[in-house]
Design a protein around this ligand. Structure first.
Ligand code: IPE
Ligand code: IPE
Ligand code: MG
Length: 257
């Protein structure tokens, strides 16, 4: 990784209360390209630079996990040519970066409906996950061909099958059991979502896991998102009070008259 991050900014951020798990909806590539009068795929290519930046920053800040929303279940509805570019970009970037990720002790995980991906990409993803399985650094989760509803439906199916095999008593299905049937049950729930590109919606991202996630939206388009933009999001997060249903007083906040 060689994105030249500002040491001073990293140092300042490392003193904050940071999210253990950061999840990012990387949006705005198409508009970034269109604004410059270029085809949408130019924006997707430009976005790869930001992907490298945020992975390196998350690793340097010692976050436990970083999830990147790369391609949604609904993105399959895009024009074939754009889908092809995105898949190719995913494959070539993985080929180029895998060794470096592994050297940096990053553990790669992929969530989403792999059946819909082409075989060569699927094979590479399996290989990358196996190669990095025992790394103890940042857990990097790539959500591709992923939708929150898809994940919930397949969790329900898995549990149903376990019941059918006689391995699970349906009366024992509670939130913990249900969570264990999700795609990456060992990865803690995200503490912070960042969505670039100005839209204020989740677009079917991590629906179950986001129950108590803090949300941060920025107008900045993904290819323009820099370490300083990440710093602004992390500083905003550090100032928030997370109550999880309790009162501020219960959390020890002093009440002002
Ligand atoms: C995000 O950028 C990348 C993907 C969803 C794959 P978009 O391609 O959605 O860019 P906009 O939102 O059209 O600008
Ligand atoms: C969300 O972006 C999905 C990803 C970033 C991969 P979209 O651009 O697909 O979202 P919508 O369609 O505007 O909600
Ligand atoms: Mg978009």
């Amino acid at each position: 990784m060689d994105t030249d991050l500002c040491e001073h900014t990293l140092e300042r951020l490392s003193r904050l209360r940071l999210p253990g798990h950061l999840a990012v909806i990387m949006d705005g590539n198409g508009r970034w390209a269109e604004r410059g009068g270029r085809p949408r795929h130019a924006g997707h290519r430009a976005g790869v630079r930001t992907v490298r930046m945020i992975i390196e920053a998350a690793a340097r800040l010692k976050l436990d996990a970083l999830t990147l929303f790369a391609f949604s279940s609904e993105n399959w509805r895009r024009p074939k040519a754009e889908v092809r570019v995105l898949m190719e970009l995913f494959r070539t970037t993985l080929d180029r970066e895998l060794e470096r990720l592994h050297e940096n002790r990053i553990r790669l995980r992929v969530i989403g409906d792999r059946e819909r991906l082409e075989k060569p990409l699927r094979r590479r993803l399996d290989y990358a996950e196996t190669l990095t399985r025992d790394n103890e650094g940042l857990t990097l989760v790539i959500a591709t061909s992923y939708g929150g509803r898809w994940e919930l439906a397949q969790a329900a199916r898995r549990l149903g099958e376990a019941v059918q095999r006689g391995e699970l008593d349906p009366s024992t299905i509670d939130e913990t059991v249900f969570s264990s049937a999700l795609s990456a049950p060992d990865v803690p729930e995200p503490d912070l979502f960042i969505r670039t590109g100005g839209e204020r919606r989740l677009s079917n991202f991590l629906l179950w896991q986001s129950a108590y996630t803090e949300l941060y939206f920025t107008e900045t388009l993904w290819p323009d998102f820099r370490l300083d933009d990440l710093a602004a999001a992390l500083e905003d997060y550090a100032g928030r009070e997370r109550r999880f249903g309790r009162t501020g007083e219960q959390l020890g906040r002093v009440r002002h008259a």
